[in-house]
Every structure is written in C-alpha cells, then in structure tokens.
Design a protein around this ligand. Structure first.
Ligand code: CMP
Length: 216
C-alpha cells in the first residue's frame, strides 16, 4: 500500500485499517471489471498488473482514455457524482486490486483530508491531460501523435539503459492506435517507418525506443 500515491501520508495504523476494511481481488487478463453506464458502487486501488479505461462509439469502436497500473486508483467519478460509470475497465494482464465500497470510500474522504486532497489532485491532473489530448487532436498530425504517445509511455513506464528505453506494454496495435487517436493504418505506417530506422524494436509485451536514433 505504501506505493499507492493516494495513501502517501498515512501512517502504518491507518494503512492497516484500509487493508482490514478493503476487499482484495484478482482478475485474469482481459476481464471487464465494469462497463460504461453501469452503476458505480466500488472504488479501486491497483496493487499489481494494469488495465485500460475506455469508452465506445455508437458503432462499437473503442477509445482508450487511460492506462492504469500499480499504485494508481480509479472508479471515483461515479461515486462522487452519483452518475453511471463514465468508462469501461478491462484488465490488460492479471491484476490485483483493493476494492472499497462507496460508503468506505466516502468515509475515507471524510476522515483523511490527505486522501481527499490526493483525489482532487488526481482529478486536476486528468483534466490537464485531457486538455493536452484535445490540443493534440486539434493541432498535431497523426504521425506526431503516435510519436508523442510512445514517448509518453516511455516516460511513464520505461526503464532507461543508456540511449535505450525498454517499455513494458501489454497493449495491442488497436489499443495503441486508439490512444493516439489514429487509424490502425496510420499507426502501422509510423511503426514500420520507426522499425526500419531502428528507432523502435518490438518484443513480447515490450518495446525498446532508441533515443539517439529517434533524435536523428
Ligand atoms: P467512474 O466513472 O466511476 O468509472 C470509470 C473511471 O474511469 C472513472 O470513474 C475514472 O476513475 C476513470 N476515468 C474516466 N475518464 C478518465 C480520463 N479521461 N482519464 C483517466 N481516467 C478516467
């Protein structure tokens, strides 16, 4: 629990209290934990693994809004405003979460101002990110958006070794394309170009970005 940024300022006793009241649950890869428009009854803290949050268009196309990994939380919006879930959540790999009921979540917000402040700061961060994404969709072309997304993923999840950054990423091409807001054809073109220049190399659930070649 110490890795969960929301609980940064809690002491051991308070963390133990959360572990006592919360329910720990593990989902296999590819499990849809809830769907957009479901009633929201649970707040989640990710202990290990990762998942995607996404919405769907009327004809069923997905738009990935965010990736969530260990130490992060989600599912607070519908508990705060009483409206249905604003997005669906599907695990990308085996994922263990702590579940808090709406009442438990509200009680934590009431009794721990640090947690309330953490939630507000997370909501602010997401609004800033969403503004940036709207800006990117408005002003950047598809190729630049793909590059920017790869670099953002590298900054978030990457392990650096000299000029090489390895990124663990349980995402398929469709999901990468949805994140960047491009068609699969545009994504394939950009990836082909990057692979031919050895900027990008792919492994299983992992890719490597060569910063030196990227700058060239
Ligand atoms: P909720 O609406 O209860 O269920 C879906 C969750 O996805 C939502 O709470 C937030 O926690 C999360 N979510 C919704 N939109 C975004 C976004 N744009 N960026 C990151 N997370 C989001």
């Amino acid at each position: 629990l110490k890795k969960v940024s929301l609980f940064d300022n809690l002491n051991d006793e308070q963390l133990e209290h959360i572990l006592r009241i919360a329910h720990r649950r593990t989902f296999t890869a590819g499990t849809t934990m809830f769907q957009e428009k479901d009633p929201g009854v649970t707040f989640y803290v990710v202990l290990s693994g990762s998942l995607k949050l996404y919405t769907k268009s009327l004809n069923g196309e997905e738009k990935v809004l965010s990736l969530v990994s260990a130490g992060e939380s989600f599912g607070e919006l519908s508990l705060l405003d009483g409206l249905p879930r604003s997005a669906s959540a599907t695990t990308l790999e085996p994922t263990t979460v702590l579940e808090l009921s709406s009442d438990q979540f509200m009680e934590l917000l009431q009794t721990h101002f640090d947690i309330t402040r953490g939630i507000l700061s997370e909501l602010s961060r997401r609004l800033r990110k969403t503004n940036e994404h709207v800006n990117d969709l408005t002003f950047l072309d598809g190729r630049t958006r793909v590059l920017k997304n790869l670099i953002t993923l590298a900054n978030q999840n990457g392990k650096r070794d000299g000029n090489l950054i390895s990124i663990h990423m349980a995402l398929n091409y469709d999901e990468l394309a949805q994140m960047a807001g491009v068609t699969k054809a545009v994504l394939s073109d950009v990836i082909r170009e990057l692979e031919s220049r050895s900027v990008l190399t792919f492994g299983i659930n992992e890719y490597k970005l060569n910063l030196l070649k990227l700058r060239g």
